[in-house]
Design a protein around this ligand. Structure first.
Ligand code: NAP
Length: 373
């Protein structure tokens, strides 16, 4: 199977349906976070190459990117701004997703002593008036007239989700956004929101080492016909087997439970992914660098596992890995062509049980959906 013949999933149903590429491009890592981003021109060149290869779902958020000098708080907006010149040329080639609702994000860099503080103090705003302001700001930064998929990035604990989604539904009626999504919602929050307006997709972390969404949210998505967009599908790079402890110590990942103190303990989980990758012949676009020449890569196996699990849950699933390198995104797209055997899936299912540390990067347990279930 070539990458252009991999079936394109359809997220959501009826008027809320959105056909997308087999994987999307998570744009967050282009402008900051992991080891530093790249210059805007280089980021757009990477995106151009990925779109040419068939990756047409672009995932951004108003809060992504480093704030400019003099920024007075609220979402930085610089990842959306980076996309604008590309969208001016290629708006019709892509499905554009962005998010609002996180007003302060404190993912910290190492301090002078080399310690990486845990994230804290993140804030949300789900008030209807804020939703109306946020969409205008995103449309202006992106330079587009409408957004294909508009997500609430985190529910605001002080605002009933029905009120936030009611305001988002008005944005659909006004043509400012075409479809609605929710990030890190519980099954109950999803049901309440979906009763107000059809939801196209839930976006939450789901990967070989982050499987809490399987308990409640994925079954709810299957029942309601809502698609699922796994974020951090490569475990923020860890599952690819290409990271070093020294590299992650330079950004916030070195301060997380999984990639900090438990780095050594979690190598046993990686060994399972490496073993399975080594059994699969190299597929188009694979460098073979992380699993031995001539075989699939660990990144591809992580994405193929999500495809298989999405099928088993009966949920249209579109992972959104991110990379600063076009060749890696082509490699990732090729992973969507891999069909794992039942035995390989069973062995990969053991990975999460070998992992020490939770997926939450925030001190607040309620920052992720399973902390509120
Ligand atoms: N809704 C939410 O709350 C939320 C939270 C987090 C993320 N997200 C979304 O999800 C997207 C992806 O998540 P993520 O960036 O956190 O994590 P990810 O996709 O799991 O991992 C990204 C990292 O993997 C590396 N990588 C990618 N492909 C690779 C390959 N083939 N081989 C080796 N390394 C590879 C990248 O490094 P290089 O750049 O060096 O290649 C990058 O540092 C984000 O961009 C964002 O759009 C959403």
């Amino acid at each position: 199977m070539t990458t252009t013949s991999i079936p394109r999933p359809i997220l959501g149903a009826g008027a809320a349906a959105l056909e997308v590429s087999p994987i999307g491009f998570g744009c967050m890592a282009l402008t900051h976070i992991y080891g530093g981003g790249v210059a805007d021109d280089a980021a757009r060149a990477t995106l151009d190459a990925a779109i040419d290869a068939g990756i047409t779902l672009l995932d951004t958020a108003d809060v992504y990117g480093e704030p400019r000098a003099g920024h007075r708080g609220g979402p930085a907006g610089t990842n959306e701004e980076m996309l604008a010149p590309l969208l001016a040329r290629r708006r019709d080639d892509v499905q554009l997703a962005t998010k609002f609702g996180i007003t302060g994000l404190s993912v910290a860099a190492p301090n002078a002593g080399g310690e990486v503080p845990r994230t804290a103090g993140n804030s949300t705003d789900g008030r209807p008036e804020y939703a109306r302001r946020a969409v205008e700001a995103s449309l202006a930064r992106l330079g587009v007239e409408t957004i294909d998929l508009y997500y609430l990035h985190r529910p605001d604990p002080t605002v009933p989700i029905e009120e936030t989604v009611g305001a988002m539904a008005e944005l659909v009626a006004q043509g400012k956004v075409r479809r609605l999504g929710l990030s890190e919602v519980t099954a109950d929050e999803l049901r309440r929101a979906h009763a107000v307006h059809p939801i196209t997709a839930v976006q939450s972390e789901w990967s070989l080492w982050s499987r809490d969404v399987e308990a409640h949210i994925l079954p709810a998505c299957a029942e309601l016909g809502v698609g699922f967009v796994p974020y951090s599908p490569l475990g923020r790079g860890f599952l690819t087997g290409t990271l070093t402890r020294e590299a992650v110590a330079k950004d916030f990942r070195g301060g997380t439970a999984r990639m900090g103190a438990a780095w050594d303990a979690n190598q046993a989980a990686l060994a399972v992914v490496k073993e399975v990758a080594g059994e699969i012949p190299q597929v188009c676009g694979a460098s073979g660098a992380s699993a031995g020449q001539g075989s699939a890569t660990q990144s591809q196996v992580a994405l193929a596992w999500l495809k298989a699990k999405g099928h088993r849950f009966g949920v249209a699933t579109v992972p959104i890995p991110g990379s600063r390198r076009a060749a890696r995104m082509v490699e990732n797209l090729a992973g969507a062509a891999i069909d794992l055997t039942d035995d390989q899936i069973a062995r990969l299912d053991t990975v999460a049980g070998l992992v020490t540390g939770t997926r939450n990067i925030n001190d607040n347990p309620q920052w992720i959906s399973s902390g509120r279930e």
